[in-house]
Design a binder for this molecule. Structure first.
Ligand SMILES: [Mg+2]
Length: 245
């Protein structure tokens, strides 16, 4: 018969043996899902949240859920395009049309505005330098929607929170990713800030509609991309990796 302390030690050893190892760094995807439990009513541990984000992105769920949204948006666009005069669509850019996953991963889900971005994939990667590098990858289902809009004669607008100073790099990045033929790329003036991105984006949609367009689809990864009206339908792409108020 085991002594109680011996039994407890054996249980602890067994638990350690079956727990998956933590990744040494979050700058690479893990090879299998990381499973841990929350502690009752306490706020979730930030390391656990990061593990959930890695699981969500690295094992296909994120990509599948992103695609589902674009497929629904495309079906609506194709039904609606012929029924309004001057139909238009508004795309957000980051985490809607282009993926910044390499920088997000390198920065371990932190936001680092300044500094260089020469250390990929290990990081850190300054966000402005990343935008200037024009290396963001296409989000395939977004490009499918973009192409469908072109086929249907729908005018395509990008409205992005990126500033004018990265216009040339952003346009080059969009073209490298396979987007071409948009009507207008609307960017924030350098140095401008609003309490919410919606305070800038909604009025810009208003200006598009004032030109006689009907925005049939507005699609973005943040609620602030979609708030404030000026669209028949809005479509929310998943993005649990960061929040733009
Ligand atoms: Mg975005």
């Amino acid at each position: 018969m085991f002594h109680r302390r011996t039994l407890l030690a054996l249980v602890a050893l067994l638990a350690a043996a079956i727990s998956p190892p933590e990744p040494a760094s979050a700058t690479i995807c893990p090879t299998s899902p990381i499973l841990r439990r929350a502690e009752g009513t306490r706020p979730a541990n930030i390391g656990d949240l990061k593990a959930q984000l890695l699981n969500y992105k690295c094992f296909g769920t994120y990509d599948r859920e992103v695609k589902q949204v674009f497929v629904r948006a495309q079906a609506y666009l194709e039904r609606r395009a012929g029924r309004v005069s001057k139909p238009a669509i508004v795309f957000d850019i980051d985490e809607t049309s282009l993926s910044n996953w390499a920088a997000i991963l390198a920065n371990d889900f932190g936001y680092i505005p300044g500094g260089s971005c020469k250390e990929l994939p290990d990081g850190p990667c300054g966000w402005t330098a990343w935008e200037e590098a024009g290396s963001a990858k296409v989000i395939g289902p977004a490009r499918d929607l973009f192409d469908a809009a072109k086929t249907k004669g729908v005018a395509i607008f990008f409205i992005t929170g990126r500033h004018e100073k990265v216009r040339a790099a952003t346009e080059a990045n969009l073209r490298t990713a396979g987007y071409d033929g948009w009507k207008e790329l609307i960017m924030r003036p350098d140095g401008s800030r609003t309490p919410s991105a919606a305070d800038y984006k909604a009025p810009e949609r208003g200006k598009i509609q004032a030109q006689g367009y009907t925005i049939i689809v507005n699609i973005g990864d943040q609620l602030s991309d979609l708030a404030g009206g000026f669209a028949d339908r809005t479509f929310k792409v998943p993005n649990p990796f960061y929040l733009i108020p």
